[in-house]
Design a protein around this ligand. Structure first.
Ligand code: GUN
Ligand code: ZN
Length: 445
């Protein structure tokens, strides 16, 4: 009997439930996925307390437990975006350049505006509302070089009850004056922010070198010291995204076996280190990634939009890499991890591989949690984990409704959602047990 003297902080969601219990592998072992057609998820104090078939659980619930009845919709774990830039809201969909030009022409000018704390606060609110309307409840987020951009971000994410990873970008060269720090101020500002935010509420700090070309050897060494002093903080950066970038790193850091080796040399590969793109790594880099416990973030919409290349998922998985999924907005073109998965599928098709719907679901949920070493708290709808969910509507559009009624198969429904869906398919988002987004009914034409 689950009744207690006070049920004020208890509530339940009734919906179909779909989540991964284990890694299903690229081909998608369906036994690693659990589907309950009519489930009750009982939440208390921000966590999942109990999960089961409604027929079994409903009779045990006290009368005063509120039930959010969402029958017909699909409850999945909140999506986890392991690489995104909140200051690039206004950079999305910028025409005509590849990485290095794109940074100079669009990205750096936009990031300069974050010296203004009010602009940072307003943009953090706007950005987080976009994540939530897309069902994303956790992300690894780049801020700008300005410490106030980090304060604005975590203030906004904590107000929404979110588990977020973020950090101040470090750049002491090859960027405009208003966007650079130094080896010393980068170290000190990052340390202050770690002390302020890491482990506060659901916030985690990430040491955030933008990428090797914008840090001198002295700054890389300062980050190594910072990382050694804070072994449990995250590290996030970019690597091996674009051919011109790789050639530049070879000039700037002569004598290294590879671009990836530069980060290794400065002690920046370890558990909780997330590297975006990783398109052009070689076998030795991938093996080192696994041995060090660092992880790649696959960013398909960005890789396509900036023309960076096709990420070979099976190659990474064969090397034992714990791959996760990144939207990489503003290089990426959508905050929706459903759309991102749709593009991930097409990229793998071009390489002659099929990304199964089970593995796609894993990439956006439990795989993301594992890559971030947050599997104990996130990634599946399991008692004890955080009550962070996305509620998907298989009938969100006339086309989706028609397509998903074709087959009575939850993974096929998920595949249709990731191919045809976007924010319209996210009926609601829950974080820390609270509904933080509900899609309003659209006016009928
Ligand atoms: N490499 C260095 N900075 C960036 C960035 O902001 N976006 C992407 N996609 N790649 C980068
Ligand atoms: Zn990026």
């Amino acid at each position: 009997m689950l009744a207690s003297t006070s049920n004020a902080d208890r509530h339940a969601i009734r919906a179909s439930l779909l989540h991964c219990l284990r890694d299903p592998g690229l081909a998608g072992d369906a036994s690693c996925v659990e589907f309950l057609p009519d489930a009750l998820v009982l939440c208390r104090g921000g966590r999942i307390e109990h999960v089961g078939p409604t027929a079994a659980l409903l009779p045990t619930l006290a009368d005063d437990v509120r039930i959010d009845d969402q029958r017909g919709k699909l409850l999945v774990p909140g999506f986890i975006d392991t690489h995104v830039h909140y200051p690039q809201v206004d950079v999305i969909a910028s025409y005509g350049t590849q990485l290095l030009d794109w940074l100079n022409r669009y990205t750096f000018p936009a990031e300069l505006a974050f010296a203004d704390a009010a602009h940072a606060a307003a943009t953090a609110d706007f950005f987080l509302d976009r994540l939530l309307e897309n069902g994303t409840t956790t992300a690894a987020v780049f801020c700008t070089v300005h410490p106030q951009s980090v304060d604005a971000f975590f203030t906004a994410s904590e107000a929404r009850g979110l588990a977020m990873i973020a950090g101040k970008c470090l750049m002491d060269r090859h960027a405009p004056a208003g966007l650079t720090d130094s080896a010393d101020t980068g170290y000190r500002d990052s340390k202050t922010l770690i002390e302020r935010w890491h482990g506060h509420a659901r916030s985690h700090y990430a040491i955030t070198p933008r990428f090797a070309p914008t840090s001198t050897q002295a700054q890389m060494a300062a980050m190594q010291r910072l990382a050694e002093e804070h072994p449990d903080v995250y590290i996030q950066s970019h690597v091996a995204e674009n051919r011109a970038e790789i050639a530049w790193v070879r000039e700037l850091f002569p004598g290294h076996r590879s671009y990836f080796d530069v980060y290794d040399h400065y002690g920046l590969l370890r558990e909780r280190a997330i590297y975006a793109h990783c398109i052009h790594l070689d076998d030795a880099d991938r093996a080192r990634m696994t041995a060090a416990g660092a992880t790649p973030s696959f960013c398909p919409t960005s890789n396509l939009f900036i023309g960076s290349g096709l990420y070979d998922l099976p190659q990474a998985l064969a090397a034992g890499n714990r791959v996760s999924l990144g939207s990489d907005v503003g290089g990426g073109t959508s905050y929706s991890l459903l759309r991102t998965l749709g593009e991930a599928y097409k990229v793998q098709q071009l390489l002659g591989h099929s990304l199964s719907p089970a593995y796609a679901l894993y990439l956006a949920t439990l795989g993301g949690a594992r890559a971030l070493s947050l599997e104990h708290a996130l990634g599946s709808i399991t008692p004890g984990k955080a009550a962070d969910f996305a509620l998907l509507d298989p009938c969100a559009t006339p086309l989706l409704a028609r397509r998903t009624q074709m087959r009575d198969d939850p993974l096929d429904t998920f595949f249709a959602l990731m191919t045809l869906g976007d924010d319209r398919a996210v009926a609601a988002t829950y974080a820390n047990g609270r509904c933080v987004h509900r899609r309003s009914a659209q006016p009928t034409p």
